[in-house]
Write a protein that binds this ligand. Structure first.
Ligand SMILES: C[S@@+](CC[C@H](N)C(=O)[O-])C[C@H]1O[C@@H](n2cnc3c(N)ncnc32)[C@H](O)[C@@H]1O
Length: 350
């Protein structure tokens, strides 16, 4: 369930801690962890707990601990244009981070057994696409979620470049999971109390590496009352309209970047929140994903007063200023009818 790094006060601080503890290792993974605020995947009344390195369970909603997601994201070795399948995709938090790396020509599929959780994930995704400040900084591979038991995929179904399983795989389903991979593909799953990274090296060969000892709740096994098979989302071609939107946004984004370079402006338009305290962290030998510890280790309160109140206030004021969105400004300047501009902006209002 985590507790391997100290709690953060916000998403930035959580990511700083994961990085310092060497759970987040690469720039790409760091970027997407910063881009997606873990708190946005919590119910508002539980949000305060989102920045602790702990798993969270509420009814059918279940998020794994941040240290586990960091290891998973690193082990998946994601790249643009790959196909990804998330088994037990839950709230869509991980799938959304993955979508920021895959880009518009990837495939991002998820299967989740609970209908209410799929509805929750769809709401969170729609909020992200409509409101998240970072949306226009990325080319996104929108996740597609289906309801069903992920152990009921038809034999000979589509295979993927990357597969993650968010619950412990029962031993008798090991081969089923491995066969969801394309040759050269990578599967990350909890198996026999280890988070494993499995690479398919040939038609009948796989290489397995243990990444971290973990304890995950097991996958729910199929019941007699379940539908006999679960259909994966289809991989239909993109429409010409959609392809045009991707190309136009790509060109405008490149123009923004070139102008910034010319002006000598840094690519980050917002200051990074200053660290409030020194992090303490430690790795645990065994990371639990589903027990009920409530408090992560935190520093004593007096350490938090390190920063002067004045600089903290300045930082807060800076953070509250409306953020410029140069891509949006470029779209607004195009000689196009308003409806087309709206389409190019994904109907976002800011
Ligand atoms: C730890 S959560 C994963 C959360 C997810 N990674 C996220 O980003 O929110 C495990 C998920 O697996 C789902 N699950 C368990 N057994 C399943 C099965 N047989 N088929 C599909 N989903 C399953 C659970 O309902 C739960 O949402």
């Amino acid at each position: 369930m985590g507790g391997a790094v100290s709690a953060g006060e916000d998403n930035e601080e959580l990511v700083d801690n994961l990085k310092e503890a060497d759970y987040i290792k690469t720039k790409k993974v760091e970027e997407v962890f910063r881009a997606i605020d873990r708190g946005d995947y919590y119910l508002e009344e539980h949000r305060d707990n989102a920045y602790k390195d702990l798993a969270w369970k509420h009814g059918n909603i279940h998020l794994s601990a941040p240290c586990i997601y960091s290891e998973v994201m690193e082990s998946l070795k994601l790249k643009p244009n790959l196909s990804f399948l998330n088994l037990g995709c839950g709230t869509g938090y991980l799938s959304t981070m993955v979508g920021l790396i895959l880009g518009p020509f990837g495939i991002n599929h998820g299967i989740e057994i609970h209908q209410d959780v799929v509805e929750y994930a769809k709401q969170k995704l729609s909020w992200f696409m409509k409101n998240a400040e970072v949306f226009d900084d990325y080319e996104f591979c929108e996740p597609r979620f289906v309801i069903g038991n992920c152990l009921l995929l038809p034999s000979g179904c589509k295979t993927y470049d990357r597969v993650y399983c968010g619950a412990a795989c029962p031993p008798e389903h090991e081969n089923y999971m491995k066969n969801l991979l394309k040759i050269g593909g990578i599967l990350v799953m909890p198996f026999e109390d280890q988070l494993q990274q499995i690479t398919r090296t040939g038609q009948n060969s796989w290489e397995t590496k243990n990444i971290l000892p973990v304890s995950f709740a097991p996958l729910v096994l199929p019941q007699k009352s379940d539908a006999p098979q679960v259909e994966l989302p289809d991989c239909s071609c993109r429409t010409l309209q959609d392809l045009c939107r991707i190309s136009i946004r790509r060109i405008l984004r490149a123009n923004v970047k070139a102008e910034k370079l010319k002006e000598g402006v840094s690519s980050s338009s917002r200051p990074k929140r200053k660290r409030k305290r020194r992090n303490r962290y430690h790795r645990r030998n065994h990371v639990r994903d589903h027990d009920s510890r409530h408090e992560a280790d935190g520093p004593p309160n007096h350490v938090r007063k390190e920063d002067s109140e004045e600089s903290e206030k300045e930082m807060e004021e800076e953070m509250e200023k409306p953020r410029r969105n140069p891509l949006r400004e470029k779209i607004e300047q195009l000689p196009l009818p308003p409806a087309l501009k709206q389409y190019l902006m994904y109907y976002r209002t800011k």
